[in-house]
Design a binder for this molecule. Structure first.
Ligand SMILES: Cc1ncc(COP(=O)(O)O)c(C=O)c1O
Ligand SMILES: Nc1ccccc1C(=O)C[C@H](N)C(=O)O
Length: 423
């Protein structure tokens, strides 16, 4: 393997068309931001569209619903259309609405139809806790015991899932399958195509949580035959803290009545008829509930422009190059430091890496003190995300050098090995 150097990293950055995009972002001062997998950074375009929407409220009042450059009444649909290529859906299959967890509740309410012995929900033991809480509460709503009715496929090593084991668990008593697209700790990308096909063959509805994959890896949800998916826009899509999420409903499911109904799920032209019999939209729009959170949608418009310009294929290609480079550098510089690589080494890795270490919580604190922003995930994980849109090879070089110094000098020992509040 070639020996990596700082000047070679700078050379790689100088020849990169993504360099112009880094300048579109506000990078916190004197910081190397490696946490875009948890909260993406603000871009100038996202800021501009947020101000534009504030201005429309200021100048148009109620007429902002139907006038101005981005009429509020249609924003969920127009943003859904822009997000559709990121998940491999048709425009009508994608809507910007809700949040990850509320969308999951909506989708389970819609797709979970236990009958006879077919009553179980299939999930996994590595998914993000909020999804598991939501699934268990949905089971309880139907008076099922969550301990016996939520099947969580085991991981052999606590890091990865085996698609064949998941498929084996798709038995006759399973009424619904909900899985992550990219695991939030290890960053493993699941083979959604294989899983969707297996679920379709067994007539079990299947949906994916795309929180860690949307804007980072490519998807072909429609062609794969996934029934539904849901995601947030505040990680790789850089929509801002609490920005509005998204959901995908496969065209084959159009016309399915929303489990949780509300007037914004109506056909646009019927909504203001104020009839007490709902006339739901035929497509993904039906799964909206109430009034869109216009100001939390606004930054997403500007942010998505960059994804449209660059295209997901190029973004994924660069992301793989950045994480590949980081893995080589970790191998070159940190082989004595006692880290275990917790992410897949091959191209089933997503947009972030996971370094495991018994002192992970305080190594993160030491990194932060040195201006590098990672995040800690209990019990022993350091997540590092070199993001295609705004991180550089030089960022990665300095991150690894700082980590090397922290480990060599045991600088983490000045901190308590306990997590902070959120990271
Ligand atoms: C995989 C995954 N699912 C669900 C959530 C919860 O999302 P929210 O809090 O926006 O509902 C998160 C992150 O917060 C996540 O990473
Ligand atoms: N929504 C948040 C609010 C506060 C702090 C973090 C989050 C995250 O999104 C964490 C992320 N889901 C994770 O994979 O750890």
């Amino acid at each position: 393997m070639t020996q990596h150097t700082l000047s070679a990293a700078q050379q790689l950055d100088a020849n990169d068309r993504f360099a112009a995009y880094r300048n579109e972002f506000y990078i916190p001062e004197e910081t190397i931001y490696m946490d875009g997998n948890s909260l993406g950074l603000l871009s100038k375009r996202a800021e501009r569209t947020l101000y534009k929407l504030l201005e429309s409220w200021k100048t148009l009042g109620i007429d902002g619903w139907t006038e101005g450059e981005h009429p509020w009444f249609y924003m969920s649909e127009t943003i859904g259309e822009k997000m559709a290529p990121l998940v491999g859906g048709a425009a009508a299959e994608v809507i910007a609405t809700g949040s990850t967890t509320t969308n999951l509740h909506q989708l389970v309410s819609t797709f979970y139809k236990p009958v006879g012995n077919k009553t179980k929900i299939l999930a996994d033991e590595l998914n993000f806790p909020s999804d598991i809480y939501a699934l268990k509460s949905q089971l309880r709503l139907k008076d099922y015991d969550a301990d016996t009715h939520l099947i969580q496929v085991a991981s052999r090593d606590g890091r990865f899932l085996d698609e064949d084991m998941i498929i084996e668990a798709m038995t006759e008593d399973v009424a619904l399958i909900v899985l992550p697209a990219v695991l939030y700790r290890s960053g493993q990308v699941l083979d959604m195509e294989k899983l969707s096909k297996a679920a379709n063959d067994r007539n079990i509805p299947i949906g994916f949580d795309l929180c860690h994959s949307v804007g980072s890896v490519e998807h072909s949800l429609h062609d794969w035959g996934a029934d539904f998916a849901f995601w947030c826009t505040y990680k790789h899509l850089n929509g801002g803290p609490g920005s509005v999420g998204g959901l995908f409903i496969h065209e084959k499911n159009f016309g399915k009545a929303p489990g949780l109904a509300g007037w914004f799920g109506s056909k646009k032209e019927a909504q203001f008829d104020m009839d007490h019999t709902m006339d739901p939209a035929i497509d993904s729009g039906a799964y909206q509930i109430g009034t869109p959170h216009v100001l939390s949608l606004a930054p997403v418009i500007g942010s998505l422009e960059m994804f449209e310009e660059l295209g997901m294929a190029a973004i994924r290609e660069r992301s793989l190059k950045l994480t590949g480079y980081m893995l080589e550098l970790i191998d070159q510089e940190l082989s004595e430091a006692g880290f275990t690589i917790g992410n897949p080494l091959d191209e089933t890795r997503g947009g972030h890496l996971l370094l495991e270490h018994a002192e992970a919580a305080r190594i993160c604190k030491a990194l932060k003190k040195d201006g590098v922003i990672p995040d800690f995930r209990a019990p022993n994980g350091i997540r590092l995300a070199p993001v295609a849109l705004y991180n550089t090879y030089e960022d990665i070089w300095h991150t690894v050098q700082k980590l090397k110094t922290i480990m060599n000098e045991k600088r983490y020992e000045q901190f308590e090995n306990k997590r902070s509040v959120v990271a």
